[in-house]
Structures are given as C-alpha cells and as structure tokens.
Design a protein around this ligand. Sequence first.
Ligand code: NAP
Length: 270
Amino acid sequence: MITFPDGSEVPSLGQGTWHMGDSPATRDEELRAIRTGIDLGLTVIDTAEMYGNGRSEQLVGEAISGRRDDVFLVSKVLPSNASAKATVEACRASLRRLNTDRLDLYLLHWRGRYPLEETVAAFETLVADGSIGAWGVSNLDATDLAELPPGCQTDQVLYNLTRRGPEFDLLPWAEAVRMPVMAYSPVEQGRLVGHTALADVARSLDATPAQVALAWTMRSGSVLSIPKASTAAHVRENAGARDLRLSDADLALLDRAFPPPTRPVALEML
Ligand code: NAP
C-alpha cells in the first residue's frame, strides 16, 4: 500500500488509461480490462481530460459505473486550462464525463503558463466544495516541487528501468517529505517487455518481463505504478507483479543492464 501525505491509503499498483476509449472496436475489451483490474484490486485509476479529448474519462466513467466507491479516481487538468477559473470548469467537465461527483485526486498535467499558486488556489476551492479529495502535480522536477504551497499529494512522472533520472534527486526529495511518486509508462509503453536482461531475470523468477519491470518500479514502497493494459489478460499478468520480490542479486543484474543515474538528469516526459 501507498500512503499519501493526507493519510489516504491506496494499493501501489493501479491502472493507466491513455489511448483507451479511442476506438469503438476495442471498447468492450477495454471496459473488461479495467473492470478485471478493479476486481483484482488495481483500484487506482488514472485518466486525464487530455486523453482522447475526454474519451478516456468517458470509458472510465462507464467502467466504474455502480462501483465508484471501490476505486480511487485520478484525473488531470491541462496546463492550458490551469487558470483559477478554467481549472474549476475543467474539473466539472471531467466529473460529467466520468459520471461522478468527485475525484479522489486531481493533478496539474504539466507546468504551463499559469503560476502554480493560481492553479493550487483553484484546487483548494475544489477540495473545499468536495469536487476533489486532494490535489497533486505531474511532470514537475524537484526544483518545481519546492515552489509548491503545502498540500501536494504526489508528482506523477515518467519512471521505469530505462528512465531512472528521478532516482538522483526527485525520488530522494519526495521520500524526505514522505510524498509518494506515481510512475507513469512503467513498461516504457510496452518497449521494455522485449528487453533481454529483463527476460533473463523474469525467467529465473518464473515471472514475465512486464511483471519484473512493474515490481522494480514499486520496490521502494513509496512509488505507485500505473501500467496501462487494454486487455484483461495483460491486466491479470500485471496484477501478478505485486507478488514478486526482487532479490539484491536480481536488482544488481538490472542495474548492470539499466545503470542508475550518477548525476542530475532533466526530467523526461512522454
Ligand atoms: P505503459 O503503461 O508503460 O505501457 C502501455 C503499453 O504496454 C500498452 O501498449 C500495453 O498493451 C502494453 N502492456 C501492458 N501490460 C503488458 C503486459 N503484461 N505484457 C505486454 N505488454 C503490456 O505506458 P503508458 O500508457 O504511457 O503509461 C501508463 C499510464 O500512465 C498511462 O496510460 C497514463 O494513464 C499515465 N501517463 C501519464 C503521463 C503524464 O504526463 N502524467 C504520461 C504518460 C502516461 P495493451 O494496451 O495492448 O495491453
């Protein structure tokens, strides 16, 4: 489990939804995938107004229909909407698409032209009227994070075996203030599963490369991983990552194939 600064506890493996809801041909399978994930306890569901111009939120709204209380719902406001007024309007539109009256967590998708304090003030208005439980950010580096007013619950960043930059400064900073980080694209949008070193470790553990990649992102206990899987089979496989414990020898092997950073690396985005 992961504990946010406000005390909310959520499972450390959730579900991403980018590019889901875009095609009528795959919609039923995607709904099945998300619902299978919820059944298996992958109850943190990450979406954004940006994804498919709201189609991902609509799909999630349908998937969680009748079981809103079983999930921890995360969505994001676009930087272009992050003014005092437009943030509130964007949140209302997201709630309508999601067919719910509240988000559990609302994130600024990345830093744009509006001052962070202005967006945070809007987030606080939304907390006060019950539209969101709490707020956080995404794609902010450690320097940006230090500028934030108190109350931030998480920073959602690109973090996986091939994107280890956050280990140098961002993850230590977040751990010091006891703020969990959300790892997005934890299997590098599928590109990691074909990697030989990962396959070797997976074979020795009787696991799959995707499971090893996910277990690796969650190994510290302070990172929440949100793989996107649009089939129930992938979701079931990913859920198995929670049972995997990587030994020091496994981690050393992975370090050789995917070296940790030795100096600051600018935060990458996808
Ligand atoms: P990802 O989760 O690293 O990878 C998704 C890809 O991996 C899909 O093609 C999926 O295929 C495949 N996959 C998933 N499980 C697999 C398995 N067990 N075996 C083989 N392939 C598997 O990439 P992502 O979607 O970019 O990132 C995850 C989520 O993070 C997003 O969906 C989104 O919610 C969030 N995100 C946030 C930001 C941000 O700026 N805040 C940016 C990017 C992503 P199938 O779909 O066919 O199952």
